[in-house]
Design a protein around this ligand. Structure first.
Ligand code: 2AM
Length: 188
């Protein structure tokens, strides 16, 4: 990423009831750096550092997307990062509407000239991050919580918007700025 580049990503915005339920999970885990309630999201495309000139074209492409709202259902929690866990995420069911939206967003990014690597889409909401190594007590606490609630199921409400975000990296954690928001409207 060169100087002047913007760190961008496109994400699905979470409906209020789901955000609240996920905040309860964060409270229960009680370890690491919590993602603030307003920042909870499902990443659809991580675009990394982009020249600011790309933003306008990308915005036009994203504005042209016509897709239906996405029902968000959480099925389980997962510790990401293998032997060095770096975050806890809630896994989101990959329903056809969500898979289709993710493909459209990736296509829009490529049409805007962004070289987006092809990666399997595993929809999730990051709840907590562990910027440093986890303490043994932290590990134990997470293990106990996962044993009791790792199979959590939250039957969701509908996501009705997705957004283009700029991520500002700060010492206390990233700060997300919504550059534009796009509606998902019912068909017909
Ligand atoms: P996450 O979805 O697993 O939390 C903004 O930084 C968003 O883009 C975050 O939600 C983050 O992951 C995702 N992200 C950050 N760096 C990434 C990378 N190198 N590859 C893929 N996604 C990334």
């Amino acid at each position: 990423m060169s100087r002047g580049d913007l760190r961008l990503f496109v994400a699905l915005d979470l409906p209020e009831p789901l955000r609240e339920a996920l905040m309860d999970v964060q409270d229960g885990l009680g370890v690491g750096r919590e993602v603030p309630e307003d920042d909870l999201h499902v990443t659809l495309a991580f675009l990394d550092g982009q020249n600011p000139q790309v933003v306008e074209v990308l915005h036009d492409m994203l504005s042209a997307i016509r897709m239906v709202p996405v029902r968000l259902t959480v099925k389980g929690l997962e510790l990401f990062g293998g032997r060095r866990p770096n975050l806890v995420a809630a896994l989101v069911e990959k329903v056809p509407e969500l898979a289709a939206l993710q493909e459209k967003v990736a296509q829009a990014a490529r049409m805007a000239g962004i070289d987006l690597p092809r990666r399997r889409f595993r929809p999730h909401v990051t709840l907590l991050r562990f910027p440093g190594a986890l303490s043994p007590e932290g590990r134990e606490r997470i293990a106990a919580y996962m044993a009791a609630h790792g199979d959590i199921a939250l039957d969701g409400s509908e996501a009705v918007t997705f957004s283009l975000y700029q991520s500002h990296l700060r010492a206390g954690g990233p700060v997300y700025e919504a550059l534009a928001r796009y509606p998902l409207t019912a068909a017909g």
